[in-house]
Each structure stands twice: as C-alpha cells, then as structure tokens.
Design a protein. Structure first.
Length: 373
C-alpha cells in the first residue's frame, strides 16, 4: 500500500511531478497532433496578428475578447524559439502549460494527504479525458487552471499554508493566468475561491491577493499593456454579446448529461456527507467548501443553459473540478464499510477510470483520424 509519508518527501514529490509532467506532455502532445484542437488555427492567427500589429487582432468574431493572453504570449515565444508555425506553437504551448498544472494538481492531492490513491485516480481524468474533444485552447487551459486553483484554495483553506508565502504567490499567479486566458470563468472562479480564502485569511492578505491577481492578469494579457481600460470594456462587451446577442445555439440534452455524469454522481455522493454530523460521517472536504462548490455548480449551469450560445466546452472547468473530487468522495464513502476487500475495490475503480477514459479517447481519435491527418 502507498505510504503518504514516503510520497511527501521533497525528493519523491519532485520525481512524481517530473514523471507526471512528462507523461502528460507526451500524451497531450500526441493527442493534439492526431486530433487537431478546435480553433487552434484561429488562435495561431491571433498570435501572429498580435506579434505583427495586424488590425485583425481586435476582431470580435475571431479570437479577440476572451482574452487568451497566455495563449498569445506562449505561442509567440515558442514560434520565436523553435521557428515552427503558429498553429503548432499553440498546440505545443497548450500541452506544455496543461502538463505543468496537471502535475501540480496531482502533487496537491498528495499534499492534502486525504487518500493514498487519490493522485493516481485523478490522473486519467486529467490526461486521458475524452471531453478534450470539445475543447478550444482557452477552454482547455482554463479548465486545468481553475481545477488547480480550486485544490490550491482547499490546501490554503485547511491551514496547511497558513504561514507559507509560496502557496499564496502561486495562487495569485494562477488566478492571473486563469483570468488572462478566459475572463468569464476566470473572474467567476476567482470570486468564489477568494470568498473561501476570506474565511481563513485576514483582510490585509485578501487585499494583497486581489491586487496581485490583477497585476498577474495584466502581465499575462498583452492587451492590458497598451489599452487597459478599453480592453476591460471589450471583455465585458464580448461576454454580454455571447450571453444575450449571439446566434442562438442549444446544447444537446444527451450530450449535457453525458459530459456531466461525474458532476451528478459527485454531488449525489456529497449529499451523504452533508447529512447532519455523526461520528462516522466526516466529510473529506470541509462542509462550507463543499456547499460552495455545489452552489457554484448550479450557478454556472444556470448561466450557461440560459445563454443564447451554448457549448459543451463552457462546462469543462466545473466538470473537471468534480471529476478530480469524485475519487476522493467515493473512496471516503467506501471507507465507511468495514471490509478487507475495500483496497482491492478501490484499485479496481482506478483501473476502470483508466479504461473508461482511454477507451473513449481511442474511439474519438480512431473516428476522427481520417479527417485530422
């Protein structure tokens, strides 16, 4: 059985981070080499427009207004360093940045020290997730960033980082990256998680975190460098435009249920831990934190489903959060049963999670391969 004390040693944490990063980068890179990500060419063009000062960089009907600053900056750097075309630079950057934060999520699962098998069971959700088929560069990156920010908030919330500055600085940088990638979900999740932090940190720290996050957002969004006020107005305009004025598009109910399956299952399991406290009914996630996530989920689903323009990719950040928490919630529920087969059952669940995600990914790539090569 895996021992968390051994895993938590600095040397082993570095090894685990490096191994998960390499595996994630190889698979995600291979995936988006075979199955080209939606809108990758548009974002490649946007990086080129920004670098060359082309007026099309401000086209609302293209990439402008998300804002996608991290994608633009990262793609330009990769293009300059390796002299590869802009679209490939976008895909390479997305794979690289996501792999870093996927490894970070797995490390946080270990540092939170809640379940010895948790970090292994989240790996297939983060790396092999078939829902990437719906993703665009900003929606994929923001999904991973928001999930990491959620776990980092939990880490700080549980006072494991009360006297440490590194987790706070990392939170600030991640929040800035998230808002600079997709302002809508980035700002929404920022306020949700800053509310949770406000329950544990003093107002002076909260104020510094807010200022630092805005500074990080301004650094990672190149449009903030020369037109900050106008750019913020443009972000608000595009958000309202997509919500209330864009051509009406409805998400298929079957698709919504399919992509949200682990959201529903995780919330149902959560209900067990929200029952009035008993000695053997302690939640692996603090009750306020759990309630906040549930309310956040219902609010986001209401917003997305009432919008004129609906797409599966908008749901990915909250879906990824619940998929990461699903193994923890489910394993904690299993621990209530006194059986010598519990560990074997948990291992079986992990194997099934790998098979579930890899099988669906394989099917997606196989079906799309003739069109993507």
């Amino acid at each position: 059985m895996i021992n968390n004390g051994v895993l938590n040693s600095p040397r082993n944490l570095k090894i685990i981070f490096f191994v998960i990063f390499i595996l994630s980068f190889l698979f995600l890179g291979l995936r988006w080499k075979i199955y080209i990500m939606t809108d990758s060419s548009m974002w490649g063009s946007q990086a080129q427009y920004v670098l060359n000062g082309d007026h099309r960089e401000f086209d609302y009907l293209q990439a402008y207004g998300h804002p996608g600053g991290t994608i633009i900056e990262g793609s330009v750097i990769i293009h300059k360093l390796f002299d590869i075309n802009y679209e490939k630079s976008v895909l390479l950057f997305v794979a690289f940045l996501c792999s870093i934060f996927i490894a970070g999520i797995c490390l946080l699962c270990i540092l939170l020290n809640k379940n010895k098998l948790w970090f292994i069971s989240v790996f297939p959700f983060l790396v092999f997730n078939w829902k990437y088929v719906y993703g665009t560069p900003p929606s994929v990156i923001s999904s991973i960033l928001v999930t990491f920010l959620c776990l980092l908030t939990l880490y700080i919330y549980e006072e494991k980082a009360e006297s440490q500055n590194i987790p706070i600085v990392l939170w600030v940088v991640t929040a800035g990256l998230s808002i600079a990638t997709r302002a809508d979900i980035g700002v929404f999740s920022f306020f949700v998680f800053i509310f949770l932090l406000s329950r544990k940190l003093n107002w002076k720290k909260i104020g510094l975190i807010c200022l630092g996050s805005f500074a990080a957002f301004s650094i990672f969004d190149p449009f903030m460098w020369f037109m900050p006020i106008q750019h913020i107005k443009d972000l608000i305009f595009k958000l309202v435009y997509h919500y209330a004025e864009f051509n009406q598009t409805h998400i298929n109910l079957f698709n919504l249920i399919t992509v949200s399956s682990f959201v529903f299952i995780s919330i149902i399991i959560s209900a067990f831990f929200l029952i009035p406290k008993k000695e053997n009914n302690l939640s692996p996630i603090p009750i306020l934190f759990l309630w906040t996530l549930i309310i956040m989920t219902f609010c986001l689903y209401f917003i997305f489903l009432s919008s004129r323009y609906q797409a599966e990719r908008y749901f990915l950040p909250i879906i990824f959060i619940w998929e990461v928490f699903f193994p923890l919630l489910f394993f904690s529920l299993l621990d209530k049963f006194d059986s010598k087969y519990i560990v074997l059952f948990k291992i079986l669940i992990i194997i099934l999670l790998f098979v579930y995600n890899i099988d669906l990914v394989g099917n997606n790539i196989w079906v799309c391969n003739p069109y993507c090569l």
